[in-house]
Design a protein around this ligand. Structure first.
Ligand code: PEP
Ligand code: MN
Length: 263
């Protein structure tokens, strides 16, 4: 169902009142985690001002350590909905557990499936009936074909509105946090009709490398970006080192627009 052999025309996926579609660049920006009312409203207004098309922010966080900040849960979802009202930006947030789909879908415009859950097949099946588009991150230990098969699960179970997200994989080289697989983007664009976007923040792991990786994602043919931006990154409760400042996000948007014109 997700292959180009099955359907030749590119699929456009609606996120709220906007659309991720081939031929234009869709930018989802915002903090790694929703931390407070001030933080999410400040980030939402800033990224909207600089041209973002949707707001991201985690309320349920898949943290490596159980002692790390786990997210604000439903309170975070309510704050995201408030940020949407304040800016008009549709909201993208992660759902980690199938039981939480109705709750998250009540507040969010699109459901993010994290890298660690890419092959949670019971969750993927339940997303078929979620009634909201799905952003499916590639697992960092998964092949491209496994990623596409995961998208096929969601589509087969009733939901064809899937956006593929390349976010870096584990390789022998640990210089950066993960290895951005730009080849996977070029391949996925040809192998499927679904929108493909890239996350430069998690493979970079360090804000100094986010802009170059974002431009590489777009040059490889992606339909957009999902990027972490925080009002005061050094004080962030998760992924502090990689979140962009507002100034850096503005620079990224300018460079992305210039690149899009050249492509
Ligand atoms: C995130 O987007 O903050 C996140 C946890 O991403 P991933 O699932 O790709 O690690
Ligand atoms: Mn993060």
């Amino acid at each position: 169902l997700v292959s180009r052999a099955w359907k030749k025309e590119p699929t456009a996926v609606k996120i709220g009142d906007r659309e991720i579609a081939e031929g234009k660049i869709f930018v989802i920006a915002g903090p790694c985690s929703v931390e407070s009312r001030e933080q999410i409203l400040s980030a939402a207004k800033a990224v909207k001002e600089m041209g973002a098309h949707a707001l991201r922010g985690g309320a349920f966080k898949p943290r490596t350590s159980p002692y790390s900040f786990q997210g604000l849960g439903e309170e975070g979802l309510k704050l995201l909905a408030e940020a949407r009202s304040a800016t008009g930006l549709p909201v993208v947030t992660e759902v980690m557990d199938g039981q939480d789909i109705p709750l998250v879908a009540k507040y969010a415009d699109a459901l993010q499936i994290g890298a660690r859950n890419m092959q949670n097949f019971t969750l993927l099946k339940k997303l078929g009936k979620a009634g909201k588009p799905v952003l499916l991150k590639r697992g960092f230990g998964n092949t491209v074909d496994e990623w596409l098969a995961a998208a096929e699960y969601v589509a087969l179970h009733g939901n064809g509105d899937v956006v593929l997200v390349e976010r870096g994989i584990r390789t022998f080289d640990r210089t950066l946090r993960f290895t951005l697989d730009v080849g996977a983007i070029a391949y996925a664009k040809q192998a499927t009709h679904l929108p493909v976007i890239g996350d430069p923040s998690h493979p970079a792991g360090d804000r100094r490398f986010v802009i170059p990786l974002a431009l590489a994602i777009l040059a490889a043919g992606a339909d957009g970006l999902i990027v972490e931006v925080h009002p005061d990154p050094d004080k962030a409760l998760s992924d502090a080192a990689q979140q962009l400042t507002f100034g850096q996000f503005g620079e990224l948007m300018e460079k992305a627009r210039a690149l899009a014109r050249a492509l």
